[in-house]
Design a protein around this ligand. Structure first.
Ligand SMILES: O=C[C@H](O)[C@H](O)COP(=O)(O)O
Ligand SMILES: C=C(OP(=O)(O)O)C(=O)O
Ligand SMILES: [Mn+2]
Length: 447
Protein backbone atom coordinates (compact mmCIF):
# COMPACT_ATOMS: atom_id res chain seq x y z
CA UNK A 1 0.00 0.00 0.00
CA UNK A 2 1.47 3.42 -0.89
CA UNK A 3 2.48 5.35 2.20
CA UNK A 4 0.68 8.52 1.17
CA UNK A 5 -2.71 6.81 1.58
CA UNK A 6 -2.99 5.43 5.11
CA UNK A 7 -5.90 3.13 5.94
CA UNK A 8 -8.73 5.23 7.22
CA UNK A 9 -9.87 3.31 10.22
CA UNK A 10 -11.80 5.18 12.85
CA UNK A 11 -9.79 3.11 15.28
CA UNK A 12 -6.72 5.23 14.61
CA UNK A 13 -8.44 8.46 15.54
CA UNK A 14 -8.54 10.01 18.95
CA UNK A 15 -12.04 9.45 20.24
CA UNK A 16 -11.73 10.39 23.87
CA UNK A 17 -13.75 13.60 23.72
CA UNK A 18 -17.31 14.18 22.60
CA UNK A 19 -17.90 16.29 19.52
CA UNK A 20 -19.47 19.70 20.20
CA UNK A 21 -23.21 19.67 19.56
CA UNK A 22 -24.03 22.46 17.13
CA UNK A 23 -27.19 22.97 15.12
CA UNK A 24 -27.75 20.31 12.51
CA UNK A 25 -28.76 20.54 8.89
CA UNK A 26 -28.42 18.04 6.03
CA UNK A 27 -25.32 20.03 5.02
CA UNK A 28 -23.81 20.75 8.45
CA UNK A 29 -21.32 17.93 7.86
CA UNK A 30 -19.56 20.18 5.33
CA UNK A 31 -18.27 22.29 8.26
CA UNK A 32 -16.39 19.36 9.77
CA UNK A 33 -12.64 19.47 9.29
CA UNK A 34 -12.43 15.99 7.85
CA UNK A 35 -14.58 13.88 5.52
CA UNK A 36 -13.23 10.34 5.60
CA UNK A 37 -13.35 8.44 2.33
CA UNK A 38 -14.36 11.56 0.40
CA UNK A 39 -14.35 11.28 -3.39
CA UNK A 40 -12.37 13.97 -5.21
CA UNK A 41 -14.03 15.01 -8.45
CA UNK A 42 -12.15 16.84 -11.16
CA UNK A 43 -15.27 18.94 -11.87
CA UNK A 44 -16.82 19.99 -8.52
CA UNK A 45 -19.37 22.17 -10.32
CA UNK A 46 -20.75 19.11 -12.10
CA UNK A 47 -21.13 17.36 -8.73
CA UNK A 48 -23.00 20.38 -7.38
CA UNK A 49 -25.37 20.43 -10.35
CA UNK A 50 -26.06 16.70 -10.21
CA UNK A 51 -26.79 16.92 -6.48
CA UNK A 52 -29.22 19.78 -7.12
CA UNK A 53 -31.02 17.66 -9.70
CA UNK A 54 -31.20 14.71 -7.30
CA UNK A 55 -32.54 16.98 -4.56
CA UNK A 56 -35.41 17.98 -6.85
CA UNK A 57 -36.49 14.37 -7.54
CA UNK A 58 -39.18 12.59 -5.51
CA UNK A 59 -38.27 10.57 -2.41
CA UNK A 60 -37.41 6.91 -2.98
CA UNK A 61 -38.77 6.07 0.48
CA UNK A 62 -41.49 8.09 2.18
CA UNK A 63 -40.99 9.67 5.61
CA UNK A 64 -44.03 7.62 6.76
CA UNK A 65 -42.28 4.36 5.92
CA UNK A 66 -39.10 5.59 7.64
CA UNK A 67 -41.11 6.32 10.81
CA UNK A 68 -42.56 2.83 10.64
CA UNK A 69 -39.06 1.36 10.28
CA UNK A 70 -38.01 3.42 13.28
CA UNK A 71 -40.79 2.01 15.42
CA UNK A 72 -39.88 -1.55 14.37
CA UNK A 73 -36.25 -0.97 15.26
CA UNK A 74 -37.49 0.17 18.69
CA UNK A 75 -39.23 -3.18 19.02
CA UNK A 76 -35.97 -4.98 18.12
CA UNK A 77 -34.08 -3.02 20.77
CA UNK A 78 -36.56 -4.28 23.35
CA UNK A 79 -36.44 -7.91 22.28
CA UNK A 80 -39.93 -7.75 20.73
CA UNK A 81 -38.70 -8.26 17.16
CA UNK A 82 -35.61 -9.40 15.29
CA UNK A 83 -33.99 -7.75 12.24
CA UNK A 84 -32.74 -9.73 9.27
CA UNK A 85 -30.54 -7.47 7.15
CA UNK A 86 -28.65 -8.76 4.13
CA UNK A 87 -27.41 -8.05 0.64
CA UNK A 88 -24.44 -7.21 -1.52
CA UNK A 89 -21.24 -5.61 -0.36
CA UNK A 90 -21.49 -3.42 -3.48
CA UNK A 91 -24.58 -3.54 -5.67
CA UNK A 92 -24.06 -3.38 -9.41
CA UNK A 93 -26.18 -1.29 -11.80
CA UNK A 94 -25.93 -4.30 -14.11
CA UNK A 95 -27.75 -6.52 -11.59
CA UNK A 96 -30.91 -4.43 -11.72
CA UNK A 97 -32.88 -7.09 -13.57
CA UNK A 98 -35.89 -9.14 -12.46
CA UNK A 99 -34.23 -12.51 -11.90
CA UNK A 100 -31.37 -11.23 -9.73
CA UNK A 101 -33.50 -8.89 -7.64
CA UNK A 102 -36.25 -11.49 -7.15
CA UNK A 103 -33.67 -14.04 -5.95
CA UNK A 104 -32.35 -11.56 -3.39
CA UNK A 105 -35.87 -10.89 -2.15
CA UNK A 106 -36.64 -14.59 -2.01
CA UNK A 107 -33.50 -15.26 0.02
CA UNK A 108 -34.29 -12.52 2.54
CA UNK A 109 -37.85 -13.76 2.92
CA UNK A 110 -36.69 -17.33 3.45
CA UNK A 111 -34.22 -16.25 6.11
CA UNK A 112 -36.84 -14.11 7.85
CA UNK A 113 -39.28 -17.01 7.81
CA UNK A 114 -36.74 -19.32 9.51
CA UNK A 115 -35.90 -16.72 12.13
CA UNK A 116 -39.53 -15.87 12.86
CA UNK A 117 -40.41 -19.49 13.35
CA UNK A 118 -37.50 -20.26 15.66
CA UNK A 119 -37.44 -17.07 17.70
CA UNK A 120 -41.22 -16.78 17.78
CA UNK A 121 -40.84 -13.09 17.07
CA UNK A 122 -41.83 -10.80 14.22
CA UNK A 123 -38.89 -10.40 11.88
CA UNK A 124 -38.12 -7.09 10.23
CA UNK A 125 -36.59 -7.71 6.83
CA UNK A 126 -34.02 -5.18 5.62
CA UNK A 127 -32.15 -5.43 2.32
CA UNK A 128 -28.75 -3.93 1.62
CA UNK A 129 -30.42 -3.07 -1.62
CA UNK A 130 -31.69 -0.28 -3.88
CA UNK A 131 -28.79 2.05 -3.10
CA UNK A 132 -25.72 0.18 -1.82
CA UNK A 133 -23.62 1.90 -4.47
CA UNK A 134 -20.69 3.55 -2.62
CA UNK A 135 -17.77 1.75 -0.98
CA UNK A 136 -15.09 2.76 1.50
CA UNK A 137 -11.73 1.27 0.51
CA UNK A 138 -8.55 0.50 2.43
CA UNK A 139 -6.65 2.23 -0.38
CA UNK A 140 -8.22 4.70 -2.84
CA UNK A 141 -5.66 3.65 -5.45
CA UNK A 142 -4.87 0.39 -7.11
CA UNK A 143 -1.46 -0.31 -8.58
CA UNK A 144 -1.61 -2.48 -11.70
CA UNK A 145 1.01 -5.18 -12.40
CA UNK A 146 2.66 -2.79 -14.91
CA UNK A 147 3.07 -0.20 -12.16
CA UNK A 148 0.25 2.13 -13.33
CA UNK A 149 -1.78 3.70 -10.53
CA UNK A 150 -5.57 3.82 -11.05
CA UNK A 151 -8.47 4.80 -8.82
CA UNK A 152 -9.80 1.84 -6.83
CA UNK A 153 -13.38 0.85 -7.59
CA UNK A 154 -15.51 2.88 -5.13
CA UNK A 155 -19.00 1.64 -5.96
CA UNK A 156 -21.19 2.21 -9.02
CA UNK A 157 -22.26 5.63 -7.73
CA UNK A 158 -18.63 6.76 -8.07
CA UNK A 159 -16.90 4.85 -10.85
CA UNK A 160 -17.01 1.57 -12.75
CA UNK A 161 -15.12 -1.64 -11.99
CA UNK A 162 -13.39 -1.94 -15.36
CA UNK A 163 -10.09 -0.14 -15.76
CA UNK A 164 -11.35 2.31 -18.38
CA UNK A 165 -14.11 3.69 -16.13
CA UNK A 166 -12.27 4.29 -12.86
CA UNK A 167 -12.25 8.07 -13.03
CA UNK A 168 -14.94 9.35 -10.57
CA UNK A 169 -17.90 10.68 -12.56
CA UNK A 170 -20.53 12.70 -10.63
CA UNK A 171 -23.22 11.89 -13.23
CA UNK A 172 -23.22 8.31 -11.95
CA UNK A 173 -25.04 9.59 -8.83
CA UNK A 174 -28.08 10.32 -10.95
CA UNK A 175 -27.86 6.84 -12.47
CA UNK A 176 -27.70 5.55 -8.88
CA UNK A 177 -30.95 7.31 -8.02
CA UNK A 178 -32.75 5.76 -11.02
CA UNK A 179 -31.28 2.29 -10.48
CA UNK A 180 -32.52 2.46 -6.91
CA UNK A 181 -35.97 3.46 -8.20
CA UNK A 182 -35.96 0.55 -10.66
CA UNK A 183 -34.82 -1.87 -7.95
CA UNK A 184 -37.63 -0.74 -5.65
CA UNK A 185 -40.13 -1.46 -8.44
CA UNK A 186 -38.65 -4.92 -9.04
CA UNK A 187 -38.68 -5.67 -5.32
CA UNK A 188 -42.38 -4.92 -5.12
CA UNK A 189 -43.24 -7.33 -7.90
CA UNK A 190 -40.78 -9.97 -6.59
CA UNK A 191 -42.16 -10.06 -3.07
CA UNK A 192 -43.92 -13.25 -2.12
CA UNK A 193 -47.26 -13.04 -0.35
CA UNK A 194 -46.79 -12.35 3.34
CA UNK A 195 -46.18 -15.37 5.54
CA UNK A 196 -49.00 -15.43 8.12
CA UNK A 197 -47.17 -16.28 11.38
CA UNK A 198 -45.16 -13.05 11.60
CA UNK A 199 -47.41 -10.55 13.35
CA UNK A 200 -46.10 -7.01 13.38
CA UNK A 201 -44.77 -5.79 16.72
CA UNK A 202 -47.20 -3.75 18.68
CA UNK A 203 -46.11 -0.24 17.87
CA UNK A 204 -48.10 2.47 19.54
CA UNK A 205 -48.58 5.38 17.21
CA UNK A 206 -48.54 3.50 13.92
CA UNK A 207 -52.32 3.25 13.62
CA UNK A 208 -52.59 6.92 14.35
CA UNK A 209 -49.95 7.63 11.73
CA UNK A 210 -51.70 5.53 9.15
CA UNK A 211 -55.01 7.25 9.68
CA UNK A 212 -53.44 10.71 9.37
CA UNK A 213 -53.83 12.69 6.16
CA UNK A 214 -50.14 13.17 5.60
CA UNK A 215 -49.27 9.46 5.60
CA UNK A 216 -49.47 7.26 2.55
CA UNK A 217 -50.90 3.73 2.90
CA UNK A 218 -48.34 1.07 3.75
CA UNK A 219 -48.68 -2.72 3.48
CA UNK A 220 -47.61 -3.32 7.06
CA UNK A 221 -44.71 -5.45 8.17
CA UNK A 222 -45.79 -8.75 6.66
CA UNK A 223 -43.71 -9.40 3.59
CA UNK A 224 -42.49 -5.80 3.52
CA UNK A 225 -38.80 -5.27 2.92
CA UNK A 226 -37.09 -2.14 4.13
CA UNK A 227 -34.11 -0.86 2.18
CA UNK A 228 -30.73 0.23 3.53
CA UNK A 229 -27.23 1.23 2.52
CA UNK A 230 -24.08 2.74 3.97
CA UNK A 231 -24.39 6.52 4.22
CA UNK A 232 -20.93 7.04 2.80
CA UNK A 233 -21.15 9.50 -0.09
CA UNK A 234 -22.25 12.57 1.82
CA UNK A 235 -22.93 14.90 -1.14
CA UNK A 236 -25.43 12.29 -2.41
CA UNK A 237 -26.87 11.47 1.03
CA UNK A 238 -27.48 15.11 1.87
CA UNK A 239 -29.08 15.72 -1.55
CA UNK A 240 -31.69 13.04 -0.81
CA UNK A 241 -32.27 14.37 2.71
CA UNK A 242 -35.48 16.35 3.09
CA UNK A 243 -35.99 17.84 6.52
CA UNK A 244 -34.65 15.17 8.82
CA UNK A 245 -35.40 12.24 6.51
CA UNK A 246 -32.87 10.55 4.29
CA UNK A 247 -35.42 9.55 1.68
CA UNK A 248 -33.16 7.13 -0.21
CA UNK A 249 -33.54 4.28 2.31
CA UNK A 250 -35.33 3.43 5.53
CA UNK A 251 -32.15 2.52 7.41
CA UNK A 252 -28.68 3.93 6.81
CA UNK A 253 -25.45 3.15 8.62
CA UNK A 254 -21.94 4.51 8.90
CA UNK A 255 -18.98 2.21 8.64
CA UNK A 256 -15.98 1.20 10.68
CA UNK A 257 -13.87 3.55 8.54
CA UNK A 258 -16.13 6.61 8.87
CA UNK A 259 -17.34 6.61 12.48
CA UNK A 260 -14.77 9.16 13.75
CA UNK A 261 -16.34 11.08 16.62
CA UNK A 262 -15.49 14.47 15.12
CA UNK A 263 -15.99 13.31 11.58
CA UNK A 264 -18.43 14.37 8.90
CA UNK A 265 -20.36 11.09 8.79
CA UNK A 266 -21.22 11.15 12.48
CA UNK A 267 -22.30 14.76 12.07
CA UNK A 268 -24.51 13.87 9.09
CA UNK A 269 -26.35 10.89 10.58
CA UNK A 270 -26.87 12.36 14.05
CA UNK A 271 -29.66 14.64 12.83
CA UNK A 272 -31.68 12.04 10.92
CA UNK A 273 -35.06 10.63 11.91
CA UNK A 274 -34.17 7.38 10.10
CA UNK A 275 -32.95 4.59 12.32
CA UNK A 276 -29.16 4.71 11.96
CA UNK A 277 -26.46 2.10 12.33
CA UNK A 278 -22.80 2.27 13.24
CA UNK A 279 -20.33 -0.51 12.48
CA UNK A 280 -17.99 -1.42 15.31
CA UNK A 281 -14.70 -3.30 14.86
CA UNK A 282 -12.49 -5.05 17.42
CA UNK A 283 -10.51 -1.94 18.43
CA UNK A 284 -13.60 -0.31 19.95
CA UNK A 285 -13.71 0.13 23.74
CA UNK A 286 -16.54 0.89 26.15
CA UNK A 287 -15.85 4.59 26.88
CA UNK A 288 -15.37 5.39 23.19
CA UNK A 289 -18.58 3.62 22.28
CA UNK A 290 -20.48 5.56 24.93
CA UNK A 291 -19.01 8.84 23.61
CA UNK A 292 -20.15 7.90 20.15
CA UNK A 293 -23.66 7.04 21.33
CA UNK A 294 -23.85 10.29 23.30
CA UNK A 295 -22.92 12.24 20.18
CA UNK A 296 -25.38 10.41 17.96
CA UNK A 297 -28.16 10.48 20.52
CA UNK A 298 -27.87 13.21 23.18
CA UNK A 299 -31.24 12.35 24.80
CA UNK A 300 -30.98 8.62 25.42
CA UNK A 301 -33.68 8.61 28.10
CA UNK A 302 -36.33 9.72 25.64
CA UNK A 303 -38.54 6.75 24.69
CA UNK A 304 -38.63 8.02 21.12
CA UNK A 305 -34.94 7.16 20.91
CA UNK A 306 -35.27 3.49 21.80
CA UNK A 307 -33.68 1.57 18.92
CA UNK A 308 -32.79 4.74 17.06
CA UNK A 309 -29.19 3.55 16.93
CA UNK A 310 -28.14 0.10 15.86
CA UNK A 311 -24.69 -1.01 16.98
CA UNK A 312 -23.47 -3.43 14.33
CA UNK A 313 -20.60 -5.44 15.77
CA UNK A 314 -18.16 -7.01 13.28
CA UNK A 315 -15.41 -8.17 15.53
CA UNK A 316 -14.02 -11.36 14.02
CA UNK A 317 -14.96 -14.75 15.47
CA UNK A 318 -11.93 -14.87 17.78
CA UNK A 319 -12.49 -11.42 19.26
CA UNK A 320 -16.13 -11.67 20.31
CA UNK A 321 -15.57 -13.01 23.82
CA UNK A 322 -12.63 -10.66 24.42
CA UNK A 323 -14.22 -7.43 23.21
CA UNK A 324 -18.01 -7.62 23.33
CA UNK A 325 -18.69 -8.04 27.09
CA UNK A 326 -17.07 -4.72 28.01
CA UNK A 327 -18.98 -2.94 25.24
CA UNK A 328 -22.30 -4.38 26.43
CA UNK A 329 -21.56 -3.51 30.05
CA UNK A 330 -20.51 0.05 29.20
CA UNK A 331 -23.75 0.64 27.27
CA UNK A 332 -25.82 -0.93 30.07
CA UNK A 333 -24.51 1.68 32.47
CA UNK A 334 -26.02 4.43 30.31
CA UNK A 335 -29.63 5.16 29.35
CA UNK A 336 -29.02 4.25 25.71
CA UNK A 337 -31.21 1.46 24.38
CA UNK A 338 -29.71 0.53 21.02
CA UNK A 339 -30.37 -2.44 18.82
CA UNK A 340 -27.39 -4.82 18.98
CA UNK A 341 -26.85 -6.38 15.58
CA UNK A 342 -24.19 -8.88 14.52
CA UNK A 343 -22.35 -8.61 11.19
CA UNK A 344 -20.34 -11.84 11.28
CA UNK A 345 -18.84 -11.20 7.82
CA UNK A 346 -16.52 -8.20 7.92
CA UNK A 347 -14.28 -9.34 10.79
CA UNK A 348 -13.66 -12.65 9.05
CA UNK A 349 -12.42 -11.60 5.62
CA UNK A 350 -9.14 -13.14 4.51
CA UNK A 351 -7.01 -13.35 1.37
CA UNK A 352 -6.21 -16.61 -0.41
CA UNK A 353 -2.62 -17.29 -1.39
CA UNK A 354 -3.54 -15.81 -4.81
CA UNK A 355 -4.81 -12.62 -3.14
CA UNK A 356 -8.54 -13.29 -3.60
CA UNK A 357 -10.79 -12.00 -0.80
CA UNK A 358 -12.86 -14.75 0.79
CA UNK A 359 -14.58 -15.80 4.01
CA UNK A 360 -15.16 -19.17 5.64
CA UNK A 361 -18.81 -19.95 6.29
CA UNK A 362 -17.78 -21.69 9.53
CA UNK A 363 -16.08 -18.57 10.88
CA UNK A 364 -19.15 -16.52 10.02
CA UNK A 365 -21.36 -18.94 11.93
CA UNK A 366 -18.93 -19.02 14.85
CA UNK A 367 -19.01 -15.23 15.20
CA UNK A 368 -22.79 -15.21 15.08
CA UNK A 369 -23.21 -17.93 17.69
CA UNK A 370 -20.59 -16.43 20.00
CA UNK A 371 -22.23 -13.03 19.68
CA UNK A 372 -25.66 -14.45 20.52
CA UNK A 373 -24.20 -16.30 23.52
CA UNK A 374 -22.21 -13.30 24.76
CA UNK A 375 -25.24 -11.03 24.50
CA UNK A 376 -27.29 -13.52 26.55
CA UNK A 377 -24.51 -14.08 29.12
CA UNK A 378 -24.28 -10.35 29.72
CA UNK A 379 -27.99 -9.77 30.15
CA UNK A 380 -28.42 -8.16 26.75
CA UNK A 381 -30.27 -9.05 23.55
CA UNK A 382 -29.09 -9.71 20.03
CA UNK A 383 -31.65 -7.83 17.97
CA UNK A 384 -30.47 -8.46 14.44
CA UNK A 385 -28.26 -10.20 11.93
CA UNK A 386 -26.42 -8.49 9.05
CA UNK A 387 -25.03 -10.61 6.21
CA UNK A 388 -23.27 -9.95 2.92
CA UNK A 389 -25.05 -12.27 0.55
CA UNK A 390 -26.71 -12.67 -2.82
CA UNK A 391 -29.50 -14.84 -4.15
CA UNK A 392 -27.22 -16.22 -6.87
CA UNK A 393 -25.08 -19.34 -6.92
CA UNK A 394 -21.77 -17.56 -6.52
CA UNK A 395 -18.50 -19.08 -5.30
CA UNK A 396 -17.03 -16.32 -3.19
CA UNK A 397 -17.03 -17.81 0.34
CA UNK A 398 -15.51 -21.13 1.36
CA UNK A 399 -17.62 -23.88 2.89
CA UNK A 400 -17.26 -27.60 3.46
CA UNK A 401 -18.86 -28.66 0.18
CA UNK A 402 -17.04 -29.99 -2.82
CA UNK A 403 -17.57 -26.86 -4.91
CA UNK A 404 -16.84 -24.27 -2.28
CA UNK A 405 -14.12 -26.02 -0.29
CA UNK A 406 -11.02 -25.28 -2.32
CA UNK A 407 -9.52 -21.89 -3.01
CA UNK A 408 -9.35 -22.84 -6.71
CA UNK A 409 -13.11 -23.46 -6.63
CA UNK A 410 -13.65 -19.76 -5.92
CA UNK A 411 -12.86 -18.93 -9.54
CA UNK A 412 -15.95 -20.85 -10.78
CA UNK A 413 -18.39 -18.01 -10.27
CA UNK A 414 -16.75 -15.17 -8.34
CA UNK A 415 -18.75 -12.07 -9.30
CA UNK A 416 -18.51 -9.75 -6.30
CA UNK A 417 -17.45 -6.19 -7.02
CA UNK A 418 -15.96 -5.84 -3.53
CA UNK A 419 -16.27 -8.27 -0.60
CA UNK A 420 -17.13 -11.99 -0.92
CA UNK A 421 -20.84 -12.71 -0.53
CA UNK A 422 -22.54 -15.80 0.79
CA UNK A 423 -24.38 -17.65 -1.98
CA UNK A 424 -28.10 -18.41 -1.67
CA UNK A 425 -27.40 -21.79 -0.07
CA UNK A 426 -24.60 -20.58 2.16
CA UNK A 427 -26.71 -17.67 3.42
CA UNK A 428 -29.63 -19.99 4.19
CA UNK A 429 -27.35 -22.49 5.87
CA UNK A 430 -25.87 -19.82 8.19
CA UNK A 431 -29.36 -18.83 9.32
CA UNK A 432 -30.48 -22.44 9.54
CA UNK A 433 -27.49 -23.47 11.71
CA UNK A 434 -27.99 -20.38 13.85
CA UNK A 435 -31.65 -21.10 14.53
CA UNK A 436 -30.73 -24.73 15.27
CA UNK A 437 -28.26 -23.52 17.85
CA UNK A 438 -30.75 -21.12 19.41
CA UNK A 439 -33.47 -23.77 19.56
CA UNK A 440 -31.19 -26.30 21.23
CA UNK A 441 -29.57 -23.95 23.72
CA UNK A 442 -32.32 -21.52 24.54
CA UNK A 443 -35.61 -23.24 23.91
CA UNK A 444 -38.22 -22.18 21.38
CA UNK A 445 -39.77 -19.35 23.30
CA UNK A 446 -36.78 -17.55 24.71
CA UNK A 447 -35.81 -14.62 22.52
O1 LIG B 1 -17.08 -3.65 2.45
C1 LIG B 1 -16.20 -3.30 3.20
C2 LIG B 1 -15.09 -2.51 2.70
O2 LIG B 1 -15.49 -1.61 1.74
C3 LIG B 1 -14.15 -3.44 2.10
O3 LIG B 1 -13.90 -4.47 3.01
C4 LIG B 1 -12.90 -2.72 1.76
O4 LIG B 1 -12.17 -3.62 1.10
P1 LIG B 1 -10.70 -3.32 0.62
O5 LIG B 1 -9.80 -3.59 1.80
O6 LIG B 1 -10.48 -4.28 -0.48
O7 LIG B 1 -10.61 -1.91 0.18
C1 LIG C 1 -17.80 -1.40 4.53
C2 LIG C 1 -18.48 -2.31 5.18
O1 LIG C 1 -18.27 -2.72 6.41
P1 LIG C 1 -17.37 -2.15 7.60
O2 LIG C 1 -17.62 -0.68 7.70
O3 LIG C 1 -17.88 -2.89 8.79
O4 LIG C 1 -15.96 -2.48 7.28
C3 LIG C 1 -19.65 -3.00 4.58
O5 LIG C 1 -20.60 -3.27 5.31
O6 LIG C 1 -19.59 -3.33 3.39
MN1 LIG D 1 -18.40 -5.32 2.58
Amino acid sequence: MPEDFPVESAATDSMSTSAPQCSWSPQSWTKMPRVAQAVEYSDPMALYEVCNTIASLPPLVSPAKIEIARSYFAAAAQGRAFIMQGGDCAESFKDVCPHIIHQKVKLLQEQSRMLAQCLNLPVITVGRIAGQYAKPRSNPWEVLPNGTKVHAFRGHNVNGPSLDERHPDPHRLLLGYFHSRATLDLMKEGQLPATPPTPGPSTPGIDEMLSGNTVEPFDGPQGAIFTSHEALHLPFESAVTHGRYNTSASFVWIGERTRQLNGAHVEYVRGLRNPIGVKIGPTMDGPTLVNLLDTLCPNPGNDDNIGRITIITRLGADNVEKVLPSLILAVKETRHRPVWMCDPCHGNTQNTTCGVKTRHVDRILQELIRTWQTQCDNGSILGGLHLEQTGEFVTECLDGTKQGSSEQGLALNYRSLCDPRLSYFQACSVVNSFVDFVSKHHGQNEG
